[in-house]
Design a protein around this ligand. Structure first.
Ligand code: PLP
Length: 396
């Protein structure tokens, strides 16, 4: 049986091109870019070429790109930098949202324990931060605003440009976790008024364990890892040149086909949405229009998302019930709770995240399978029975 991979928000398969570049680089460019001899300098060229590619597609300058071990590190570094330098000016207030990735939230919780105050903005039922709320929350002592570009569980795209403009006007540093957006949407750090931005290669067909932080010239960066002078002294450790080169190759590749892929993937997404909406007592999570081309998240009343996943897996479909980080724990997703889904409903969630490698036929198969599995699970669900007998009220 052919397996249908619909969990690209968790991670993507490396592209052939990225794999080829990575392996080729391991063979040929094994030098340490900090070495002064030709072998080292050859690796340095590969490193700087990759930096230029990343910068080009973000509309940044190469000097504003810092390579990291992935999205989590970039998020940690951006937030801790703004907090550290803000604190030196007596600014200990940060603004974020309730549905950020844990790499952001857990960094903020750590800062709260160190005496920072964090305002977590509401994301409402549609899963969108309101720019006016950001403006209202900014204070004299606000050191940072950090709002994600697109949500990893429900796929909603935030009004980044407007939020960036507000931050710029009020002279507050603006960071965005763009891990889900990069490689899927056109990002322009200049036009979007972004000061710091995090990305991760494995979410756009690059390798795992590598990412980048864009940090606008003039915004101070604090290094989390002490050691050598790599990355202008802001991130010590010998650079993983093959992974960095593969990330750049993947980034270039996705941009070359981005417009046509966005149309193709969005058409499959909309097909999924209209098919799944036919299931009674179900609901799409997050705004229907402001969403990533490839991400769909639904709640089905009266079932457990985990059981749904296992039955779908049996049918050859890889999906997710939320973020990879929360699966395995019994807590419902903080994202679904943030958009107002109550615990019972949030438990019955399904995230499907697709790419240009999927097909319309696969979408039909997914819709059919979800319909069958949901109705099977409901056939012996005590919660569903109570709902049908009127002992509980339907929410969806
Ligand atoms: C995957 C993800 C991250 C973490 O990136 P890693 O490279 O896996 O550390 C951070 N933020 C968002 C929104 C993500 O989807």
């Amino acid at each position: 049986m052919k397996y249908i991979y619909a969990d690209n928000a968790a991670t993507t398969k490396m592209s052939e091109k990225a794999l080829e570049v990575q392996i080729d680089c391991m063979h040929k460019h094994y030098g340490n870019p900090s070495s002064l001899h030709s072998v080292g300098q050859d690796a340095k060229i590969v490193l700087e070429d990759a930096r230029a590619v990343m910068a080009k597609y973000l509309n940044a300058n190469p000097g504003e790109i810092y390579f990291t071990s992935g999205g989590s590190e970039a998020d940690n570094q951006a937030i801790i930098s703004a907090a550290t330098f803000g604190e030196r000016k007596g600014k200990k207030h940060i603004i974020s949202s309730k549905f950020e990735h844990h790499a952001v939230l857990h960094t903020l919780y750590k800062l709260e324990r160190q005496g920072f105050e964090v305002t977590y903005l509401d994301v409402y039922e549609n899963g969108m931060v309101r720019p006016q709320d950001v403006a209202d929350a900014i204070r004299e002592d606000t050191a940072l605003v950090t709002i994600m570009y697109a949500n990893n569980e429900i796929g909603t795209i935030q009004p980044i440009k407007e939020i960036g403009a507000i931050c710029r006007e009020k002279k507050v540093v603006f960071h965005t976790d763009a891990v889900q957006a990069a490689g899927h949407l056109h990002i322009d750090v200049e036009a979007d008024n972004i000061d710091m931005l995090s990305i991760s290669a494995h979410k756009f067909h690059g390798p795992k364990g590598v990412g980048a932080l864009y940090c606008k010239k003039g915004i101070p960066l604090y290094n989390l890892i002490e050691g050598g002078a790599q990355e202008k002294g802001k991130r010590a450790g010998t650079e993983d040149i093959p992974a960095i080169a593969a990330m750049a190759a993947a980034f270039e590749e996705v941009h070359q086909n981005m417009d046509e892929n966005m149309v193709k993937v969005a058409a499959m997404r909309d097909h999924l949405i209209s098919g799944l909406k036919e299931i009674e007592h179900s609901a799409l999570n997050g705004d229907e229009t402001h969403r990533l081309p490839g991400t769909v998240n639904f709640c089905f009343e009266g079932i457990e998302g985990e059981s749904l996943l296992l039955f779908l897996d049996d049918r050859g479909i890889a999906a997710s019930s939320g973020s990879a980080c929360t699966s395995g724990s019994l807590d419902p997703s903080h994202v679904l709770l943030a958009i107002g889904r109550i615990h019972d409903v949030a438990h019955g969630s399904l995230r499907l995240s697709i790419t240009e490698e999927n097909t319309m036929e696969e979408m039909d198969y997914i819709v059919q399978s979800v319909k069958e599995v949901v109705s099977y699970l409901r056939s012996f669900s005590p919660v569903w029975e109570d709902l049908m007998k009127g002992k509980r009220e339907f929410i969806l």
